[in-house]
Design a protein around this ligand. Structure first.
Ligand SMILES: Nc1ncnc2c1ncn2[C@@H]1O[C@H](COP(=O)(O)OP(=O)(O)OP(=O)(O)O)[C@@H](O)[C@H]1O
Ligand SMILES: O=P(O)(O)OC[C@H]1O[C@H](OP(=O)(O)OP(=O)(O)O)[C@H](O)[C@@H]1O
Ligand SMILES: [Mg+2]
Length: 282
């Protein structure tokens, strides 16, 4: 098998969370942020720490096999790479914004100067709708460009909205795009090494969404309890020394697990335990 080459954000909002998920998936990660390349010989993979904006290009060209980047950056790049799996972190919305109270519809974009770091996404959006506007490419901090007179509106990443508010701006029109960190690969990459890598990442994502629940319950109440905790392939039910009782073990969604414990208690379950799952293969 040829060694898998993987691109990881070296800085910015996605960097720490990307490193975390890889570490949880059992891969070596750099300990020094100045390190730009790291070989994990045991797992036969090599990591390249790159600017998130450049990652889709390397993967699209086939120089690197896999990457973690933002969906917005992937689409903006126009690279021949495809989204393989959303990673559930780095969520943001890409939106138009202007001085508070001045705009309420996308039709008002016509003839305006629009500042953005994502010219690919914005130009494609305007072309699709036949809106004629002038796109001004900036590297970052685009919120300031209106006050400084180089643009009339902006199109940018919005997470909490704090940056917009502080600059006296507000969003208008429909959201252009919902983004999050995504796993990308070259179109049609189905190598066995890539399949293993995907399964490991997926195992961590699923584990983050579930917890393990254990409880003891009288046999006459098992059916009602198991209906609430069906598990993946069906829960494990083991005998207890206590006559007429069994122990049940099942994976349950993390959201709502506390409420589920209350409901099981009401059904007569006791010794109800919740434990974290660190990884899984389902
Ligand atoms: N609050 C946020 N600000 C910026 N980007 C975010 C935010 N939340 C998620 N992202 C995502 O991070 C990616 C941007 O990568 P980038 O390297 O520009 O990170 P950054 O946090 O903006 O870092 P930098 O300090 O270099 O500006 C995009 O996919 C973007 O959607
Ligand atoms: O809605 P918020 O929670 O305020 O987050 C959004 C802001 O964060 C990012 O800026 P970043 O700090 O990355 O600076 P940049 O513009 O130089 O990339 C983005 O470009 C917005 O400005
Ligand atoms: Mg940024």
């Amino acid at each position: 098998m040829t060694r898998l080459k993987i691109a990881i954000p070296n800085k910015g909002s996605l960097s720490a969370a990307a490193t975390d998920i890889l570490r949880e998936s059992g891969y070596r990660q750099r300990t020094d942020t100045k390190e730009l390349r790291l070989l994990d010989a045991e797992n036969d993979v090599e990591f390249f720490y790159l600017r998130p904006r450049d990652i889709a290009l390397y993967v699209g060209e086939g120089t690197l096999d896999v990457g973690i980047t933002g969906r917005d950056l992937l689409l903006d790049s126009g690279a021949k790479a495809e989204e393989v799996m959303p990673l559930q972190f780095g969520r943001s919305t890409f939106r138009f914004a202007g001085p508070a109270g001045e705009h309420d519809a996308l039709a008002q974009l016509a003839g305006k100067r629009i500042a953005t770091s994502y010219t690919g996404i914005v130009q494609a959006f305007l072309d699709e709708r036949g809106i004629d506007a002038h796109v001004v490419r900036l590297d970052g901090a685009v919120e300031t460009s209106i006050q400084l007179g180089v643009a009339d509106v902006i199109a940018d990443v919005v997470e909490t909205g704090t940056t917009l508010r502080r600059a006296g701006l507000e969003v208008f029109g429909e959201p252009i795009l919902e983004s999050e960190a995504v796993l990308i690969s070259r179109v049609g990459n189905g190598s066995p090494a890539f399949e293993v890598f995907k399964r490991r990442i997926d195992g961590v994502l699923v584990a983050r969404g579930y917890v393990m629940m254990d409880y003891d319950i009288a046999i006459e109440n098992v059916d009602a309890a198991v209906a609430k905790t069906p598990g993946m392939e069906g829960p494990t039910i083991s005998p207890l020394q206590r006559e007429g009782w069994v122990a049940v073990r099942a994976m349950v969604p993390r959201d709502g697990a506390q409420r589920l414990m209350d409901e099981l208690y009401d059904l007569g379950a006791r010794a109800i335990l919740l434990t974290d799952i660190h990884a899984c293969r389902l």
